[in-house]
Ligand binder design. Structure first.
Ligand code: ADP
Ligand code: UDP
Length: 237
């Protein structure tokens, strides 16, 4: 497999073409952004951690019947993935109130929900990723009703699997964002990444934040938190 030209540089990853039309190489950077790109910085070593963590979690999910884009880890920062057409949707599952949920509805962080919530945001930086309901998704032709159902089933299943996995590591899965894409045959697979950039992860005993909120909120100890969460995962796997 040969790496070809760079197709895209995003906020956290670069995407490269390969000599195989159906495959891409993603390369994880240490760059971090928050608040729709307004806050910029770097988290030393983050790219290496997110690459490895996302790959291990996707392989765990694959074993439990979730189709993902993962193909092969190439190096510390680089992974081969199936090329998909990304649905411009951020799929967000919440088990506990935090972040924009708390802000939007004026509630404290840390309320444990009886059932997880599901929401879509429109993946559109210019518009600031606005919230969408299912009718909006269909009206804007971002996904079909069938695709919405598939995504919903996957998202709740992924939540159960990740929640259990993290609990065994002494970590509470508060909320997270997923992205899905269409393969050439139209089938839906989990894409992008699962990492402390895209999940809120709290130490089960102390409630300490072990995720990107430490960067967003200038709490310090960002690198240590990423290293700690990776250590917990590796100890468990
Ligand atoms: P952003 O675009 O939000 O700045 P990243 O820096 O993570 O995010 O860039 C990675 C880009 O690659 C994202 O736009 C993501 O949707 C896209 N992507 C992730 N997985 C795949 C895949 N398997 N095929 C095609 N594109 C993908
Ligand atoms: N999230 C993400 N990318 C985004 C927005 C949110 O990965 O562009 C993740 C975020 O890390 C958190 C969850 O989705 O785990 C819910 O985020 P929220 O809607 O509370 O927004 P935030 O306050 O993080 O901007």
């Amino acid at each position: 497999m040969e790496k070809r030209n760079q197709l895209y540089e995003g906020k956290a990853k670069k995407v490269f073409a390969t000599d195989n039309d159906g495959l891409l190489i993603v390369s994880y950077k240490d760059d971090a952004t928050a608040f729709n790109g307004l806050k910029k910085g770097t988290i030393a070593g983050k790219g290496v951690i997110n690459n490895k963590m996302s790959n291990l979690l996707m392989q765990m999910l694959e074993k439990k019947g979730v189709k993902t884009h993962f193909v092969k880890e190439l190096s510390d920062r680089e992974t081969v993935v199936k090329k998909v057409s990304i649905l411009p949707l951020e799929v967000i599952i919440r088990n506990i109130s935090a972040g924009s949920f708390s802000k939007r509805y004026g509630v404290e962080e840390g309320i444990v929900f009886e059932e997880p919530t599901f929401e879509f945001s429109y993946k559109n930086d210019k518009l600031g990723d606005p919230l969408l309901n299912e009718y909006h998704v269909v009206a804007l032709k971002l996904a079909t009703k069938d695709e919405i159902n598939t995504i919903k089933n996957y998202a709740f299943k992924i939540n159960e699997l990740l929640k259990e996995f993290w609990l065994e590591c002494g970590v509470t899965l508060v909320d997270f964002k997923l992205e899905f894409g269409r393969l050439g045959d139209g089938s839906i697979v989990l894409a992008d990444e699962i990492s402390p950039d895209t999940c809120r992860l709290w130490d089960s005993k102390t409630g300490e934040k072990l995720d990107k909120d430490r960067f967003r909120r200038d709490m310090g100890g960002v690198e240590d938190a990423y290293a700690e969460i990776m250590k917990r995962l590796l100890n468990h796997i």
